[in-house]
Design a protein around this ligand. Structure first.
Ligand SMILES: Nc1ncnc2c1ncn2[C@@H]1O[C@H](COP(=O)(O)OP(=O)(O)OP(=O)(O)O)[C@@H](O)[C@H]1O
Ligand SMILES: [Mg+2]
Length: 256
């Protein structure tokens, strides 16, 4: 019972520096974020503020830091099948068909029949029916990214980390992918942590938005997004929050 109140992902007093020839480069400065199960957290910050560095720590890909990074009460010590990560570029195996790329994400010990069912389900989930036999180069960027999402989801991770997953896509495809990701989030009830430097993306997706300052990244504010879903980018509330975030944190950067 008590567990209900405990945060699912805990980032406490997290500090990270890289040792450089010229001395220490401080990248993350005393970060504190508590994330509840099933939340969609968007981490918003400018280029170089330490967003990817922080996600790598959550994924267990970098363990050289001070402070605490815990998932479900346990310290993250290395990569873990319960934590999936989607990178900016799709990172598919170019020599494997869609089906096999997705199959690659299945955990060990799953029977052949179950595997086939899982693959079918996930191809449908990301809307790629009919493309099972295609190779990555035969797909558009958005479709490739959907294969990546399916490959990550098929292992049934409890947490999905997304590092600017739609950064390379055109505006329309990007909006489609955002919608698709929300649909999957609602259906799978996963906890998602997405990094972006796009204010609209953060408002459209996030249950909460964590705003980081530029390097070293510090938490400037954590905003509850109280706009009802499905959210409309043209609505007044959306525009108000966009203005608040832009004026409060990013204005003045235009001329840099
Ligand atoms: N392995 C490394 N060694 C040294 N410095 C690094 C290393 N990785 C990242 N950095 C530095 O840490 C800072 C933060 O990098 P990071 O990739 O986390 O930024 P980011 O917020 O993800 O930026 P972007 O939005 O451009 O992806 C940058 O100044 C970068 O040069
Ligand atoms: Mg990055």
């Amino acid at each position: 019972m008590e567990k209900e109140n405990v945060s699912y992902v805990q980032i406490h007093n997290l500090n990270k520096s890289f040792a450089m020839k010229e001395g220490e480069l401080k990248v993350l400065d005393n970060i504190n974020i508590d994330i509840r199960k099933g939340e969609f957290i968007c981490i918003l910050g400018t280029s170089g503020c330490g967003k990817s560095t922080m996600l790598r720590m959550l994924a267990g890909l970098d363990t050289l830091y001070t402070g605490e990074v815990k998932v479900d009460g346990e310290e993250v010590k290395g990569p873990n099948p319960n934590i999936g990560m989607i990178f900016q570029e799709s990172r598919l195996f170019p020599w494997m068909r869609v089906r096999d790329n997705i199959k690659f994400g299945i955990k060990k010990g799953v029977s052949k029949e179950e595997q086939a069912e899982l693959i079918e389900k996930h191809i449908e989930l990301v809307g790629l029916k009919g493309f099972e036999k295609s190779y990555p180069h035969q797909l558009s960027g958005g479709m490739q990214q959907r294969v990546s999402i399916a490959r990550s989801l098929i292992g049934n991770p409890k947490i999905l980390l997304l590092d600017e997953p739609f950064g390379a896509l055109d505006a329309l495809t990007r909006m489609n992918m955002q919608q698709e990701t929300l649909r999957i989030w609602e259906k799978e009830q996963a906890t998602m942590i997405l990094v972006t430097h796009d204010i609209d993306e953060a408002i459209y997706l996030g249950s909460r938005i964590v705003i980081l300052s530029s390097r070293p990244g510090k938490v400037k504010e954590i905003i509850d997004v109280d706009i009802e879903r499905p959210r409309k980018r043209t609505s007044k509330e959306f525009a108000e929050l966009r203005n608040y975030i832009y004026n409060g944190f990013f204005a003045g950067m235009d001329n840099e």
